[in-house]
Design a protein around this ligand. Structure first.
Ligand SMILES: [Zn+2]
Length: 300
């Protein structure tokens, strides 16, 4: 059996899968946010409960944050675990190997192991949500890089095309310390900010898209600008990575108009003769975190 744990800022989910990735059992508990010993105890209790139900399994855990090269976790969402060696501590307490990765990589891995998508040797998972994140999966395994930040596409900076597309909008200071990371423009918040800056009101992304569908001129111009910028940014990533499949998750992945808009725009951003990859909406949504964590143990 394969246990996937999705540790979020408010809840921890453990799901048990068989080798065909059929989910057999699942449980959610609140995340102890402030005390590390309590957090570890909650994780151990979940695994022991799963053991009692299914008789044991290999453990993978997805965490919000960065697993640093020295094995410690940096996580703003789960302060109790930040600076801790979660993987080592869990492995010791559970007396079994534990694999760990960040939640964006687990998202990408879950999609890459979809029954249909697993035929693709390389998959870029792109999250257009509260922030912009991503993960790279090559031949069924996450590629995390030397510092664990491979696939953190939200902190790639705006491409040179951006100023012509965006016009005179003020720069965005990113939480990472840089200016004008693409997250500031392509995230759900960025989408809403660009609409407001262009003279629209402060609205949620779904409300803006409702106006787009009703033919509001400001919303139509806004969506065109956003799609142009997303295509320019994604075009750079495609030239770097040339993935066979791109899977888009996060709230903006539900904007169905994005997919034909990208297909129309991407060829102009690729090298001559290159064909854009298949681009699909994520299939696992909120269930992808635990599923992806379970997939960490599928290959040795
Ligand atoms: Zn940044």
């Amino acid at each position: 059996m394969y246990y996937g744990i999705d540790m979020g800022g408010s809840k921890i989910e453990l799901a048990v899968f068989d080798a065909q990735l059929t989910r057999l059992w699942q449980k959610r508990v609140p995340t102890p946010r402030d005390d590390y010993t309590t957090l570890l105890a909650a994780l151990v209790a979940l695994v022991q409960e799963a053991d009692a139900v299914v008789g044991g399994g290999r453990v993978g855990i997805g965490v919000p944050g960065l697993i640093k090269a020295d094995g410690t976790l940096f996580s703003a969402n789960v302060p109790a675990a930040s600076g801790r060696r979660v993987q080592d501590d869990l492995a010791r307490l559970l007396e079994r190997g534990v694999r760990i990765d960040n939640d964006a990589n687990c998202f990408a891995l879950s999609e890459a192991w979809d029954d249909e998508f697993r035929a693709y040797p390389s998959v870029l998972g792109l999250i257009l949500g509260t922030g912009v994140g991503g993960g790279l999966v090559f031949n069924g395994k996450v590629f995390s890089g030397r510092n664990g930040v491979a696939g953190e596409v939200g902190h790639v900076r705006l491409p040179v095309d951006a100023r012509a597309i965006l016009g005179d909008v003020p720069p965005v200071a990113c939480g990472c310390g840089q200016i004008d990371c693409i997250e500031g423009y392509l995230s759900g918040r960025g989408f809403e900010r660009l609409y407001a800056l262009a003279g629209g009101q402060t609205l949620t992304a779904p409300a803006i898209m409702a106006r787009y569908r009703a033919g509001e001129a400001a919303a139509v111009a806004h969506f065109t600008r956003y799609a142009d910028l997303l295509a320019a940014c994604l075009g750079n990533l495609l030239t770097l990575l040339d993935p066979h499949l791109v899977v888009i998750g996060g709230g903006l992945s539900n904007v169905d108009e994005l997919y034909p808009a990208l297909a129309a725009r991407l060829p102009a951003h690729l090298l001559p003769g290159c064909v854009p990859p298949r681009i699909e909406k994520a299939r696992y949504g909120d269930a992808g975190g635990a599923r992806g964590a379970a997939c960490l143990n599928l290959l040795d």
